[in-house]
Design a binder for this molecule. Structure first.
Ligand code: FUB
Length: 319
């Protein structure tokens, strides 16, 4: 399988891949070709819309279906449309996306359509009680949908220490517990949380929750959930150590046990992925910044096959 960008006429990142109508649909961020200074808050990621891609086969060409949703259509949002995800239920497609509200606080919104490629019509308000970034929506075999979300630093996960927004809150110091991604059940109409978001706790193999200084294993951003042979795999980026890693559990709410690495660092600062099964094989969709010569906010989505070992562990890959 060639590891070329799926498309090169636009920059794309943060791919969430799903199989709908017998094809792979990819819901990426749409990186803009801007000359901006980079900082740790991610101000360089100034995206304003979403395009949906599809492929008949993961090793085949990708189609760009054009703009599916624009910032100016979303009444509550002010800027920075970051990593989205999508879901399907009862004939409708749902696009979930983080953006800053009019106060500069990241919230998670949802937009609804009748086709996997959109267009999508946004709800007038973000999901009640939503915060931070990087929604991942997972449908379990019993039909219950879950949302995983959260991102450190510019993603503001650390800004909610007591349930109220604290703009200058810091991530926990060394010695304290690492912040966890959040998980909530979704309501039957997929438009709201049905439960209060709770920590998806990640522990080491001795059962001890990961600490803040454990930066090659602790959660940073970009959660993804998939199920393989009755085991729930929560995979994510370690952010400032630039790894994709995973943890497993017997319940979609956790607690999760750290499992290992999926992908070593890519070209560019961020690493963000999804994992999807298509015709009995598994694929890792991810991004890097090779096409732009390493500019971290001009990324391109790629795909490569993913393999499990006999014990259920994921074979580590190099990009
Ligand atoms: O694309 C903007 C942000 O960069 C995403 O929300 C993060 O996961 C990181 O990839």
């Amino acid at each position: 399988m060639t590891r070329k960008p799926l498309v090169s006429h636009i920059y794309t990142a943060d791919p969430s891949a799903h199989v709908f109508e017998g094809k792979v649909y990819i819901y990426p961020s749409h990186d803009l070709d801007l000359e901006v200074e980079e900082n740790d808050l991610g101000d360089q990621y100034q995206m304003t819309d979403y395009h949906v891609l599809s492929q008949a086969q993961p090793d085949g060409p990708a189609t760009d279906h054009g703009e599916a949703l624009h910032l100016k259509q979303v009444p509550w949002a002010s800027r920075q449309m970051w990593a989205p995800d999508a879901a399907f239920k009862d004939g409708k497609y749902y696009l979930y996306f983080p953006a800053r509200d009019k106060d500069g606080i990241f919230r998670i919104g949802v937009a609804v359509g009748t086709r996997p490629e959109g267009p999508f019509v946004p709800e007038s308000q973000p999901i009640k009680g939503s915060f931070s970034i990087d929604p991942c929506v997972f449908r379990d075999d019993d039909g219950q949908f879950y949302m995983y979300f959260g991102g450190l630093w510019g993603g503001q996960l650390q800004c909610w220490p007591t349930g109220k927004f604290v703009a200058d809150a810091k991530t926990p110091p060394d010695g304290q517990l690492a912040l966890c991604p959040k998980v909530a059940k979704l309501s039957a109409d997929l438009l709201q949380f049905a439960t209060v978001p709770q920590d998806a706790v990640i522990r080491d193999t001795a059962g001890v929750p990961l600490k803040a200084e454990d930066t090659t294993r602790r959660y940073f951003e970009g959660p993804w959930m998939h199920k393989y042979k009755d085991t729930y795999y929560l995979s994510y980026s370690t952010g400032d150590t630039h790894l994709l890693v995973y943890a497993t559990a017997k319940s979609p709410m956790g607690p999760f046990t750290f499992g290992g690495r999926i992908l070593s660092p890519v070209v560019g600062w961020t690493t963000h992925h999804s994992i999807v099964e298509f015709q009995g094989r598994w694929y890792l969709y991810y991004h890097d910044a090779t096409l732009s010569g390493g500019v971290s906010h001009r990324r391109s989505v790629k795909v490569q096959e993913l393999f499990y070992e006999a014990d259920g562990s994921i074979r580590e890959m190099v990009p």
